[in-house]
Ligand binder design. Structure first.
Ligand code: CA
Length: 376
């Protein structure tokens, strides 16, 4: 009898233990624990403000994937209306619109808002920083998401990684850039930390939304622009008005876009809908990266048939940019303790990751693909 009681106690203890472990996992994920359950069937309507034009099925497409999957998973009860840049708010006002609740969710790049908090650059990318896989690994498994959520919490926002473009091209220049002297006074559209580095190198930096770039380039308001890579760049038509296509896009080796959710709207969601957002943002993120990787090669071929010249940035510019980029990180860290904490953690991750990827990925790519790369 005593034995049976003891065993029952043991079993009960085991179940409690398992429940505690499960709850612990939820807490570690940082989102599901403590939420109300039994919310399936609740009618929820959200509006999503995107920073991107609907013509870009790669980047904007990730928001459409998110909305479609959430609607499917909830049996049509949780719907998200996706609005392109300029429809609800301008491309650069997405964070503000989520913060003030005009939109419950946004799709944007954290680095558009470095004027509000310089550390938001780490959410997207830093010049000479991480590639797409490294950035995703840092955010999802390397402690990056926890650090970035500290920053977004200041705005009443919880962020979810939302996809990556992969390494970008260095952009379109009306005239060739032969060296450092040619950067002085050059009017170029380039956002984020890349823009700050270009500014340090003497460039007249502009930040324009995707849909505003072509007209500015065409009428000569800017001399150069960067956007993403062949597939998007072809759609936006830059090759028609700027004939020099530069590489590498050292300022955006693997930029992550983010879904930003208003914290109060998040808190009101049933646990099931929170899980849907977590799963569907991951699916949208995967769709973005795989669409770029599948569509860029063909677009690259088509662009090479146009009347353009593909050029590598001169070595003096690359070297000076790398020095300026590291100086920028140091300067910004000196002004902000939280930024310094993020930079320290991020740098260790980058250095270790570069060691490993340099051994495995780079050596393979160099051998297997190096022969076909840009006239080698
Ligand atoms: Ca870019």
């Amino acid at each position: 009898m005593n034995q049976r009681i003891n065993r029952r106690k043991l079993i009960t203890g085991g179940l409690v233990g398992a429940a505690a472990v499960a709850a612990g996992c939820g807490t570690k994920a940082g989102t599901g624990a403590g939420a109300a359950t039994g919310g399936l069937g609740k009618r929820v309507r959200w509006t999503l403000a995107s920073s991107f034009p609907s013509s870009l099925d790669t980047i904007y497409g990730a928001a459409e994937v998110l909305a479609a999957r959430v609607a499917e998973m909830s049996g049509g009860q949780f719907t998200i209306r996706v609005m392109e840049a300029g429809e609800l708010v301008g491309a650069m006002q997405v964070l503000d619109s989520v913060q003030n609740g005009a939109a419950q969710i946004g799709q944007t790049g954290g680095y558009y808002y470095t004027g509000k908090d310089a550390a938001l650059a780490f959410d997207t990318c830093v010049p000479f920083g991480l590639t797409a896989r490294q950035q995703t690994a840092w955010l999802m498994e390397g402690g990056g998401l926890e650090l970035m959520r500290e920053v977004y919490a200041d705005f009443g926002i919880i962020n979810f990684p939302g996809g990556n473009t992969g390494a970008q091209m260095g952009g379109w220049f009306k005239n060739p850039v032969g060296g450092m002297d040619d950067l002085k006074g050059l009017k170029m559209r380039i956002p984020g930390q890349g823009g700050k580095v270009m500014d340090a190198l003497g460039v007249n930096v502009q930040v324009l939304a995707g849909g505003d770039i072509y007209p500015a380039l065409e009428r000569g308001a800017i001399d150069a622009t960067e956007w993403v890579g062949p597939y998007d760049d072809e759609k936006l038509g830059f090759y028609k008005v700027a004939k020099n296509y530069y590489y590498p896009g050292w300022w955006e080796p693997g930029p992550n876009l983010s879904f930003l959710v208003n914290q109060a709207a998040w808190d009101e969601l049933p646990a099931e809908y929170k899980a849907m957002i977590e799963a569907a943002t991951r699916e949208g993120a995967t769709a973005m990266m795989t669409r770029y990787d599948a569509k860029n090669p063909a677009a690259w071929k088509r662009l090479l048939e146009q009347d353009i010249t593909v050029r590598r940035f001169p070595e003096d510019i690359l070297a000076a940019a790398r020095v300026a980029a590291e100086e920028l990180l140091e300067t910004e860290a000196a002004a902000d303790a939280r930024y310094a904490k993020i930079l320290g953690q991020w740098r260790k991750f980058r250095d270790d990751s570069f060691d490993w990827f340099g051994a495995a990925e780079l050596s393979y790519m160099d051998f297997a693909m190096g022969g076909s790369a840009l006239g080698k």
